[in-house]
Design a protein around this ligand. Structure first.
Ligand SMILES: C[S@@+](CC[C@H](N)C(=O)[O-])C[C@H]1O[C@@H](n2cnc3c(N)ncnc32)[C@H](O)[C@@H]1O
Length: 253
């Protein structure tokens, strides 16, 4: 049996992800989009049925659930205890979830490791690189990595600076700003007479930055796409930067 890691959440983890308000704000996170993308990417990857796939930073498991339905063995990991509790409701023999930090390799090898929906770029350069090394270590030789990140150029161009969202009688005030090295989303609201302020910060990583990070690993880029329909990546217009990686061999780092 796989056990939850002995997690000591350091202050680099953004506790907003584990807050009940995070789940209220994003309650409608698109399961249909997740299902469509998983079908598409698995058709492209042509992994043998029964292959083992790690969903690194799985949240509540919307992608993991779809991957398992298509005949694969899936482990979803995330640091958010509340997300994993929700994900565990869907567990079965081929679908398991675990609280675990994606920057620490598991003692397991997978045929593929997915990191989806901008679940990367929250940390220092060193820790972001540790995450890539952990992905590498969790892959068999020849195994496939998929990183689905935003396209920073499109984000900059289409930035909605201010937005109000009502969910469950809570008025979420959202502000977005692009800084030199990161994009920041500030979320503030009042609930039961208490004021809350949270931030989501994601590093401004371009394809060039990823290439630079990956040069310290044994992961090579096979291909990249620009959206969930797997259209070619356009530096300006594409909404996503989806990088397909292959593990060359185990590194000593
Ligand atoms: C934008 S959400 C995406 C979740 C999921 N992939 C989805 O598409 O629904 C980012 C996720 O990354 C997780 N996360 C952030 N840092 C992490 C870390 N060091 N280890 C594991 N999970 C982490 C958060 O808890 C959150 O669930």
């Amino acid at each position: 049996m796989i056990k939850n890691s002995n997690i000591d959440l350091d202050n680099t983890y953004n506790h907003w992800f584990d807050s009940p308000y995070y789940h209220i704000l994003y309650e409608n996170r698109d399961n249909i989009e997740a299902k469509k993308f998983i079908k598409k990417i698995l058709k492209y990857l042509q992994l043998a049925k029964g292959s083992k796939i790690l969903d690194a930073a799985c949240g509540k498991g919307r992608h993991s659930i779809e991957i398992e339905k298509l005949g694969y063995k899936v482990l979803g990991i995330d640091l958010s205890k509340n997300s994993i509790i929700k994900a565990k409701i869907s567990e079965n023999k081929n679908l398991k979830f675990l609280i675990h930090d994606i920057s620490t390799p598991l003692n397991l090898e997978f045929d593929a490791v997915f990191n989806l929906f901008t679940s990367f770029g929250y940390y220092s350069k060193k820790k972001d690189q540790d995450i890539l090394l952990a992905i590498e270590k969790n892959l068999k030789n020849g195994g496939i990595g998929v990183i689905d990140f935003f396209n920073i150029n499109k984000v900059k161009k289409n930035l909605i600076k201010k937005e109000i969202v009502f969910k469950k009688n809570i008025k979420f005030k959202i502000k977005r700003k692009v800084y030199e090295n990161y994009v920041k989303k500030s979320i503030s609201f009042t609930d039961k007479n208490k004021q809350y302020n949270f931030n989501e910060k994601v590093n401004n990583l371009s394809l060039k930055n990823f290439k630079n990070y990956l040069s310290n690993t044994n992961l090579e880029i096979l291909e990249f796409f620009g959206d969930y329909d797997l259209n070619p990546f356009d530096n300006i217009k594409s909404p996503r930067l989806i990088i397909i990686l292959k593990k060359k061999s185990q590194s000593n780092k």
